[in-house]
Design a protein around this ligand. Sequence first.
Ligand SMILES: Cc1ncc(COP(=O)(O)O)c(C=O)c1O
Length: 474
Amino acid sequence: MPKKTVRDLFEQTAQIAISYRDEVDQVSPYASATADTLRLAFDTGLPKQGRDGPAIIHQLAQAAGPGLLGVSGDAFYGWVMGGSHPVGVAADWLTSTWGQNAGIYQTAPAAAIAEEIAGKWLIDLLNLPPESSIGFTTGATMASFICLATARQDVLARHDWNLDANGMFGAPEVSVYLGEEAHSSIFAALRFLGFGQNRLKRIEAESDGCMSPEALQATVRNDNGPKIIISQAGHINSGAFDDFDAISKIAEASDAWLHIDGAFGLWARSVQSKRHLCKGAKRADSWAVDGHKWLQVPYDSGYAIIKDADAHRSAMAITASYLNQDPEDGPSPSHYVPELSRRARGFATWAVLQALGRDGVTALVDDNCRNAQHLAKALGKIPGVHLMNTVNLNQLAIAFATDGASERTGNAMTTSVIQSLQEDGRWFIKDAVWKGRTIMRLSFSSCASEAASIDALVEAIAATWMATQKTVAK
Ligand SMILES: Cc1ncc(COP(=O)(O)O)c(C=O)c1O
């Protein structure tokens, strides 16, 4: 492409990006298009001959626009999603512009060092063992996959089984313990690793969804072979934390590998006021945490952190004559993840960490938690609004039910409130099911969310709930 055409194309694209971010708070955070409308907009036929860049980018923006959610806007409370910090977005633009393949130092020296430095900062910020290694991943699912693949190899080696050489056939049975309310991505990671779902030892959950240490102890006591315990920092519905002090003691006494899924909750470790929630978490062997949730790195970004860097490399590294051979060749980011060719993920993380700084991360987590508590307090005053969790962090699980309503009626009422708020369209709100009850789950995990809009949200929820009761009463 001629240089001028490239320049025009990039300027046009920058303008589209700027307008999008300028306007994202003024439009509904919901997608307005259906899947069929989006198909029609995208499926304009594979052209026989290539088309001009500006026309393609214009068409892309037009086609995608009605199918975009306002994740980076100030009214997004769905799932647990970060708001893609503008500095991270800018760094991500450059990442694509530079087109580096961050497999090894030789293919991408700057990317390898950016990951090394950003990784060091992350481990420091999360107050994890400084000798830990880190793999930059697509998210917490892949981070847990990496940690658990490493755990699998390591605990088998402790029982004289060489997984690399012999694979899983005939291997000593690995006992895997996890809370019955572990996140679905953990069950997926275990499935990918060949741990059949029926073989997992699901440990009873306490009322906040956390794994009961007593039940864990009672189960572990019966087993002799290799063991992996999977614990959680930040339950998807309640935001609650497992008791890491108690669980790590059990892991240490039984020679088990302890992994913590801290997709969003592990960020509590970076904040003085919340650190107590994560007490004992440092004693684990591995941790999965997201960049694209609370740290606000643009999608996708996660980190697999493992205390034993040798075990991490041994489980993941790919070797060949033309790849880095020894430490003198420089760092190899791909030694800590399953991919060889890969995106230079460190640039965006490095940039966001600088944009926020330690104080910014603290303020972000503190603000989100304060806003969640403010909303919980206000909603708690409305009769018939039931908070299903203690709001210690950023998640709210809310059920709506009039006095004496059956669970079925309560669920219908909750669904009706959620649907009305979705039709209102000002806030992005989703449902979930927890303990058999339909809940409205709200997550405060974006740098864009504004305390000022919470009172309006409370008013809207109260009015919608009032209207729902009237409709049900008729
Ligand atoms: C506790 C927990 N673990 C794991 C995940 C999966 O993270 P990701 O979507 O980044 O793979 C999530 C996502 O919300 C989560 O809340």
